[in-house]
Design a binder for this molecule. Structure first.
Ligand SMILES: Cc1cc2nc3c(=O)[nH]c(=O)nc-3n(C[C@H](O)[C@H](O)[C@H](O)COP(=O)(O)OP(=O)(O)OC[C@H]3O[C@@H](n4cnc5c(N)ncnc54)[C@H](O)[C@@H]3O)c2cc1C
Length: 423
């Protein structure tokens, strides 16, 4: 069935006759970001008809995502990886350098992927390349309709869901809400959220530098948040490149964003001991205000949340889209054999599969970020002791690395293997 350009829909046999053939698909994915497009690719592989409502957003030239081993395995299964691999950078190591003023700070700590039997923790990918490649693949396969508009209102009924757009109304059995942090689908399904802000803005850029990154991502922990350099492949014009995510107070962000590119690069270089040599911005400096969001439930009748529609937290430890891709993989897994993918059974299964992972990552990243911002000595002691312990105790370090890359219990089937359990 996989090779057919228009595979028969699994649930076509139960499609109510009143649905119009032109506006009905089994699944409607709202949102054409990475989480939505990955969901559409994964779900369509099981033969269901899928419509994506959204405009693939290939902007944001200054942003990259580091995707871990399990996410790469998923992208491989979707046919995305072979197209983008030559343009991604391998992350062999991750280093944490505490440059806060804390008297309890630990020495720099380096984590090597080889310690847990992996060639690399993952790969760093330009956001726009990832989204554009997924959209291109969907268009080529022709199994998924992409309607380039926005979902305006959703009407949830016991046996179907209907979405209104400027291009007309569409009906399906399930909405996959991947329409981001301000999700309209989530609002119309009346799912409550907990929202909060951090006193931080992340400045982003792609930088050229004169020294090689050695395939190691380096996170400098400052009192205003982490300043992270993540390797990128070199180009003819810039043989050494990295992406920068630099979190700081809003007033510092405004000041630094107004600097000339060279002055901005000089400040970043001085903060990080010139470890990459002279820095040169290759893109405009982007700015993202830091906020958090947690949906109270991941599903409602005929709706499943994936990606930032369900969870938002600061970019620390490269967790956000890795979590969103696990949502996409688990959702495809939970509904794969269901006659009615929008029924309570498969949606409950999805909630059970995702709940722990989403809650623990959101809590972990939030706690780490707040610990950095906190001026209290006892918090510094705990943070420093934690890093010391990770440096000193191999088994603990390997456990943390394995868990950081992917939850060790209950990862989506398509992402499993690779992490050496006994390393
Ligand atoms: C600076 C920074 C660095 C990061 N680095 C990493 C990293 O290294 N690794 C990692 O795993 N994560 C990282 N993240 C997190 C990651 O970028 C996000 O988790 C991810 O981009 C979210 O993808 P998404 O598809 O859920 O949401 P989005 O990318 O926000 O996509 C949502 C889509 O829905 C569309 N939309 C909105 N409203 C509607 C509507 N009404 N109808 C239809 N469509 C709609 C939007 O236009 C958009 O295209 C980082 C985040 C930031 C801010």
């Amino acid at each position: 069935m996989r090779g057919s350009p228009h595979p028969p829909s699994l649930s076509a046999r139960i499609r109510p006759k009143t649905y119009s053939m032109n506006t009905y698909t089994d699944i409607i994915v709202a949102g054409a970001g990475a989480a939505g497009l990955a969901s559409a690719l994964a779900i369509s592989q099981s033969g269901r008809s899928v419509r994506v409502i959204g405009k693939p957003d290939v902007g944001g030239a200054s942003r990259t995502v580091a995707l871990f081993d399990g996410s790469i395995r998923f992208l491989e299964a979707l046919g995305v990886w072979e197209r983008i691999a030559p343009r991604c950078a391998r992350l062999r190591g991750m280093r944490i350098v505490d440059i806060t003023d804390s008297i309890f700070r630990a020495p720099p700590t380096l984590f090597n992927a080889g310690e847990i039997g992996l060639e690399a923790f993952g790969w760093n990918i330009e956001n726009s390349l990832l989204v554009a490649t997924m959209a291109e693949l969907l268009a080529e396969r022709g199994q998924v309709d992409i309607t380039q508009t926005l979902g305006k209102a959703y009407d949830f009924q016991p046996d179907h869901v209907r979405v209104e757009t400027d291009e007309g109304a569409f009906t399906g059995q399930l909405i996959v809400a991947a329409d981001g942090r301000r999700s309209i689908a989530r609002r119309d399904a009346r799912i409550q959220t907990q929202n909060w802000d951090y006193p931080q803005i992340a400045l982003t850029a792609i930088l050229g530098h004169t020294r090689p990154h050695m395939e190691i991502s380096t996170e400098f922990h400052t009192r205003q948040g982490p300043c992270t350099f993540v390797p990128l492949p070199g180009t003819d014009d810039a043989p050494h490149r990295s992406s920068l995510v630099w979190m700081m107070t809003p007033s510092e962000a405004r000041r630094r964003q107004a600097l000339a590119p060279d002055a901005f690069a000089k400040e970043a270089s001085e903060l990080t001991y010139n470890y990459l040599g002279t820095l040169t911005p290759l893109t405009p400096i982007g700015a993202v205000p830091m906020e958090g969001l947690s949906a109270r439930t991941l599903t409602a009748p005929r709706l499943a949340l994936v990606g930032e529609a369900a969870h938002v937290f600061p970019p620390i430890g490269a967790q956000g889209l890795n979590l969103g891709l696990r949502d996409a993989a688990h959702l495809a897994q939970a509904i794969s054999d269901a006659d009615d993918p929008g029924a309570a059974g498969p949606l409950d299964a999805y909630s059970r599969l995702r709940g722990g992972d989403v809650a623990s990552r959101s809590f972990g990243v939030d706690t780490l970020n707040r610990a950095l911002l906190s001026p209290f000595a006892p918090v510094d002691v705990l943070r420093g002791a934690g890093l010391h312990a990770l440096r000193q105790f191999g088994p603990l370090r390997r456990l943390a690395m394995r868990e950081g890359v992917m939850p060790q219990r209950g990862a989506p089937l398509v992402m499993r293997q690779g992490v050496a359990e006994n390393a």
